[in-house]
Design a protein. Sequence first.
Length: 482
Amino acid sequence: MLGVLVALVAIACGQGPKGGSDRVASAGVLRVGTEGTYAPFSFHDGTTGALSGYDIEVARAVGDKLGVRTEFVETPWDSIFAALESDRFDVVANQVTITPERQAKYDLSKPYAVGEGVIVTRANDDSIKSVKDLAGKTTAQSVTSNWAEVARQAGAKVEAVEGFTQAITLLNQGRVDATVNDSIAVFAYLATTNDTSVKIAAKTGQRSEQAFAARKGSGLLPGLNRAIDELGADGTLARISQKYLKADASGTSPQKGAATPAPSTIKLILDNLWPMAKATITATIPLTAISFVIGLVIALGVALARMSSNRPLSGGARVYISIIRGTPLLVQLFLIFYALPELGLKIDPFPAAIIAFSLNVGGYAAEIIRSAISSIPKGQWEAAQTIGMKYPTTLRRIILPQASRVAVPPLSNTLISLVKDTSLASTILVTELLRTAQVAAAPTFEFFAMYGTAAAYYWVVCLALSFGQGRVEHRLERYVAR
């Protein structure tokens, strides 16, 4: 039913009968999706800032063969296939490995690069000498890469990362035991960085072939394959490979695997209802609750400091609020999780997320609490002083009870926002609701179904909190004189 509706919408928009090859030819532009952060395949040149790399030059050469201009759309790897399906671009050029599952879902071109799977460990670690030794180990992998499935099938616990650079960072920090990747990527990394802290410990025995990926039935394959054949025959692929990889990684004819039928969308959703609910109960909700409580304590202290007549104390509170509100939450997470280890302070994922979210809540909620306290007439402070009440007693028994009624609505909004913000914890290895959905969607490419299900879970949690907010407000209103 969903597929029929999508088809009708596409036809209504005038996109149904027009093939991808016709669109590319008529527009004179081949839109290419790529990361832009995956050196040496797709990255920005440090000197010129221009988008460069092996995949970038190959894509441009293919565009030249097709007689069209090449336009690049930079997209994070974990969402690149979702963006392809939503027609953000025509093809993906980002070291997409040919697998039977991908062949079933997408149009894959002939390979333009060939490598083999290798296992990378720390240089002083001799415990892994074959794929079998990954059993019981922890590896860092991009969740949508085929190497994640190789590690998982070998019995390893897979921690999801954004790319190879993060995987190497976690490996050097001792957070994971190994990472599995393509030999091309590893050799390029070693040649570029001269990193002696890691080594290739073993080979997986699997050949990897990288190709362009287009939407199924796009009509682009004949042109793409012809262009790749010509670039291979005239030596262009080998030349570009030597330039960026210091080796000839130009491909040969692809080894086609049998396309495996994708599981039904309904079955996929039903199979993952409990895992996603479990992630919500064991990670998302506890992360929200703990961070919010700690954040409120921080916020109260900062709000009182902000209102203090002590200028250094008030100034420090202002600086704290300014930093928290002036920097993205994602950057704060990365600073705590990825940057602090460089200073010798390594924090586990869940505590790191709690610290980041608590500090963030503290910065925003401090201003809410300060405003609520300021809304109480000064006469109430003065009346309390005339009957001999000290500052702490006045605050606890007179001011805060009244201020809480004013602060509940905006604080509730902060809590609801925090529920959704916890999805960012997936970027620092916390397996919460969104990461569970990503893991489920990765091998099947059912992004809409799994992300839609995750959205439903978030909505239910926020709906429950909104109902609770209403009850609390109603209860507090009972003590207000009419």
